[in-house]
Ligand binder design. Structure first.
Ligand SMILES: CCCCC/C=C\C/C=C\C/C=C\C/C=C\CCCC(=O)SCCNC(=O)CCNC(=O)[C@H](O)C(C)(C)COP(=O)(O)OP(=O)(O)OC[C@H]1O[C@@H](n2cnc3c(N)ncnc32)[C@H](O)[C@@H]1OP(=O)(O)O
Length: 221
């Protein structure tokens, strides 16, 4: 199975993921509304009370810090709460891993005002986040899921908000457990105009390193 294939899911798992994604979508809408709102102070204070109520509602059997959620496939698969791809994360755009095209992984997403750096444009750290993720997927697709050990970025043009983006990544060289990866961000409308370019080094931990890093990983081989 390619790491980009959706895992087979039971009905219960499918229902759980659907519910998580529904909450994630509404939380993202809430975050975007909150950072754009012109509502009066009393409305903000009322919304803060409502947010406290929601937090209390959701603080039930919280998972442990290093626990892999039961809805995830780790490594190399679906991550429901990833801050980049997670349908359940209010922080994620979320980015969709779309295709594997001739060895390159392609992801698409649209940034909102919540991801703003300079007015109207994406935060440079958010571009790094998108690239790091898709470059990581390229390593997984190449059969070496790994961790970033170096990430260098060249910001060529600002990344416009509310505009569909295309993020690509490809492993260019492999040296043992180390992979060199090239990545780009462009708009889907002008995929040849590179806005941000990245070069990264990823390291695929050996099974004993992986066990030490990720205790909930049962079979790192
Ligand atoms: C096989 C099972 C795999 C298990 C799963 C593993 C990973 C899965 C992770 C994600 C996959 C899922 C989805 C992908 C999506 C997104 C990707 C996001 C990626 C990230 O967001 S990830 C967070 C940021 N990332 C870190 O948090 C890494 C911190 N780091 C370390 O935890 C250690 O560094 C570690 C464990 C990597 C190595 O452990 P270590 O250092 O003890 O091992 P060692 O000494 O053997 O070094 C090995 C070779 O890396 C070279 N090296 C090390 N560090 C370097 C550096 N900074 N610069 C240049 N070279 C460096 C050495 O020079 C040597 O190179 P050489 O082999 O050529 O001598």
């Amino acid at each position: 199975m390619s790491p980009l294939d959706p895992p087979s899911a039971t009905d219960a798992l499918h229902d759980r993921r659907t519910a998580i994604a529904a909450l994630g979508a509404d939380l993202r809408a809430l975050v975007e509304a909150a950072v754009r709102t012109g509502a009066p102070d009393e409305v903000l204070l009322l919304a803060a009370k409502e947010a406290q109520h929601l937090t209390a509602l959701l603080t039930v059997r919280p998972r442990g810090r290093a626990e892999v959620p039961e809805v995830d496939v780790f490594p190399g698969g679906i991550r429901m709460y990833s801050p980049v791809t997670g349908a359940g994360s209010p922080l994620a755009p979320p980015l969709q891993i779309e295709t594997v095209d001739d060895g390159a992984v392609v992801g698409t997403c649209t940034l909102g005002v919540a991801h703003e750096g300079p007015p109207g444009y994406g935060h440079g750290g958010v571009s790094a986040l998108l690239l790091d993720e898709v470059m990581g997927w390229a390593c997984s697709y190449a059969g070496q899921p790994g961790m970033t050990i170096e990430l260098n970025l060249s910001y060529k043009r600002p990344v416009v908000l509310e505009t569909p983006l295309r993020v690509t990544a490809r492993v260019t060289e492999r040296h043992g457990r180390t992979n060199l990866v090239h990545g780009t961000i462009a708009t889907t409308a002008a995929p040849r105009t590179v806005l941000v370019e990245a070069e990264a080094v990823f390291f695929a931990p050996a099974p004993d390193q992986a066990r030490a890093l990720f205790p909930s990983l049962r079979d790192p081989a």
